[in-house]
Write a protein that binds this ligand. Structure first.
Ligand SMILES: Cc1ncc(COP(=O)(O)O)c(C=O)c1O
Length: 398
């Protein structure tokens, strides 16, 4: 039950590979998102009281719980990739894509009968179901065994056909991919593998909107450290690339965080031999959004270049993050954050409060001058578990 960390010895200062997720591209993606009626910039919370208690200079938490009314950031990727897919199908250039164009009669006629399929722990599927509903197309969503009933119902409530399978996350992805072949549906998966990269790249580009918002909300204030949680590593890969391009030589240290039961990216970095590592089995962690055993190839390409540290950590750290964010120091805003959402804030508090991790925090340079940015990528997407953790103290500090 300890936190493990490896340093990325292959980090690159050359930002040319980051450009597909860079600032210019992110600005265009955000324009697309702005064309959706309920697009709003999500809040960047300044937890000054907590920062003072932890002995650092600043702590910022980007709160994605209000994104598109979906309680998680994932709709950014789903909405952008489905838009781009329909755009290509109907011959609409990227710069002309917008919500009103996508729901125009001309497009509606051309995409009749289109069905999108995906596998999800919940958040991505909800984003796909929401987008499909907005655009009047069909969505079929498969979830791994053990998925929370609330997450399933949230997807069904948006009109998608959704089911919990008997497989773990990675096998559910394979099942959804097989449906594409058998049924002629379009797979919109938030992870890439060899031969399947166009749609995941659009999804990753979609995520960059939240990073662009965050850097603008910081109004010139430069974070020293950015903590990003990883499931397959698509989100953290895209955001690391955006930050690398945006900040160039001033890029903050980027720390990638995974549950120890599904730490394939950590293991890949630790092995450092150019081969991707996978984790199989039940991937039994409370951080459902991060319970993925096979890294996204495109995400890893960005992480190996632009991340600084990779961390593997036990569940209690995320539970602590949920309790800390939900019970703020006087004067700080409250952030309701789920298991995957609070993982990074939990790690920051544990590294700074537990002297067993003194050498880790010193190596990262996490001291009095540190200005830390975390993204709370979801709210209480599994409310029953949220209460078990925050009210009843489940997953206590060992
Ligand atoms: C809430 C939440 N945070 C973070 C992630 C991680 O994103 P990725 O799988 O791209 O690494 C997910 C993925 O589902 C998620 O649902």
């Amino acid at each position: 039950m300890t936190i493990k960390m490896v340093k990325n010895r292959r980090r690159s200062g050359d930002v040319s590979a980051a450009l597909p997720f860079g600032r210019e591209r992110a600005e265009r993606v955000r324009m697309y998102h702005e064309s959706f009626e309920n697009y709003r910039t999500t809040g960047l919370m300044r937890l000054s009281g907590l920062a003072e208690q932890l002995g650092i200079s600043a702590l910022y938490v980007k709160d994605e719980s209000s994104r598109f009314g979906l309680n998680a950031f994932k709709g950014l990727g789903g909405s952008y990739c489905i838009g781009r897919f329909i755009g290509e199908r109907c011959g609409i250039p990227e710069e002309e894509l917008s919500f009103p164009v996508l729901v125009s009669d001309r497009v509606k006629n051309e995409i009749q009968g289109l069905t999108f399929v995906t596998a999800t722990d919940g958040n991505h599927g909800r984003g796909i179901a929401w987008t499909a509903k907005q655009l009047g197309v069909k969505a079929v969503v498969y979830m791994p065994k053990g998925s929370a009933a609330e997450r399933l119902e949230n997807i069904r409530a948006l009109g998608a056909k959704a089911e919990i399978t008997e497989y773990n996350y990675d096998d559910t992805v394979r099942f959804a991919a097989a449906c594409e072949k058998e049924k002629g549906w379009v797979l919109v998966q938030d992870t890439a593998w060899e031969g399947y990269e166009t749609i995941p790249a659009w999804i990753m580009q979609g995520y960059t909107t939240m990073a662009l918002e965050a850097v603008e909300q910081l109004s010139g204030e430069l974070p020293t450290h950015i903590f990003l949680q990883a499931g397959v590593g698509a989100m953290s890969g895209a955001l690391s690339a955006l930050f690398a391009d945006y900040y160039k030589e001033r890029k903050p240290k980027i720390v990638i965080v995974e549950p120890d039961r599904a730490d394939s990216i950590y293991r890949t970095a630790e092995a450092d031999d150019g081969m991707i590592r996978m984790v199989g089995g039940d991937l039994d962690t409370i951080m459902a959004g991060l319970a993925c055993g096979e890294p996204c190839t495109l995400g890893w390409e960005m992480l190996r270049r632009y991340a600084d540290y990779f961390v593997s950590m036990p569940d209690y750290v995320a539970a602590q993050g949920m309790r800390v964010l939900g019970n703020p120091v006087s004067g700080d805003p409250r952030v309701i954050s789920g298991e995957s959402g609070a993982s990074t804030a939990g790690l920051v508090t544990e590294l700074l409060r537990n002297d067993a991790y003194r050498s880790l925090r010193e190596e990262m340079g996490l001291g009095p001058k540190a200005k830390v940015l975390c993204v709370s990528t979801e709210g209480d997407t599994d409310r029953e578990n949220y209460r078990r953790i925050v009210w009843d103290g489940a997953y206590p500090h060992p």
